[in-house]
Design a protein around this ligand. Structure first.
Ligand SMILES: *Cc1c(COP(=O)(O)O)cnc(C)c1O
Length: 225
């Protein structure tokens, strides 16, 4: 865990990188959001992050997110908090997930699209979904295969009526990240999707020039987990 001033300094540095890249590429800096990935963090770190002005957080697991934000009371006392799910979602957690998150970044299969549509209809709610793409075509990795992306996109938007607004990827750990980011950007362009969630602590500097609209940062903000 890092001390409070370390979070603030790390955050300022990343925001500066964002501003710099936005200027270079003639992009609106407001169109590039810094997500703090808060898995495994203590209540004190989350409170401190909020005190530093951070509002967009990513969580990997529904139950941990509920403990971090709902049960802790942080959600109730931070009205403009924006929580995204960035970890795999099981269909039996869909109901809880849509009660907490504004965006599910990990839509990766037709059955999940249907489960989300069902639960949203029952609660009369709308949320945004990004499709997670397995750009590295790794066997065990979450995310839809590139060849199945079109089918999932059509099903999610036309059959299930979901609001799909972006794509997300996690490049293979051993690979150079840039080609995966370039590929994801190209796919998003093909489907005319505005949001690109790509880039983590080790590779966000590569993601920014390739069009990331959300970078997902854990250790570079909070310190090692
Ligand atoms: C943990 C995690 C991150 C943050 O990783 P860091 O390397 O700590 O920045 C980003 N995205 C996803 C999907 C994660 O699981």
């Amino acid at each position: 865990m890092t001390v409070p001033s370390a979070f603030a300094a790390a955050r300022a540095e990343i925001l500066e990188d964002i501003a710099h890249q936005a200027a270079l590429w003639h992009r609106d800096p407001a169109g590039i959001r810094l997500m703090a990935v808060s898995k495994t963090q203590s209540h004190e770190s989350l409170e401190n992050a909020i005190a530093c002005g951070q509002r967009l957080f990513g969580e990997n697991r529904v139950q941990e997110a509920q403990a971090h934000w709902a049960q802790s009371g942080l959600l109730d006392c931070t009205p403009d908090l924006d929580l995204h799910l960035i970890g795999p979602l099981q269909s039996n957690k869909v109901k809880a997930a849509i009660g907490l998150f504004s965006t599910i970044q990990t839509l990766d299969r037709i059955s999940l699209a249907d489960a989300l549509a069902d639960a949203l209809a029952k609660q009369n709610r709308k949320i945004a979904c990004y499709i997670q793409v397995n750009t590295g075509e790794e066997g065990q990795k979450a995310g839809v295969a590139i060849k199945d992306l079109e089918m999932l996109y059509r099903h999610a938007t036309e059959n299930a009526g979901l609001s799909v607004t972006g794509l997300m990827c996690i490049p293979p750990a051993s690979a150079l990240a840039s080609p995966h980011f370039a590929l994801l950007a190209n796919l998003a362009k093909h489907f005319n999707l505005p949001e690109l969630s790509m880039g983590m602590s080790a590779d966000y500097k590569q993601a920014l020039p390739l069009g990331a609209t959300i970078i997902r940062i854990g250790t570079a903000l909070f310190g090692a987990r």
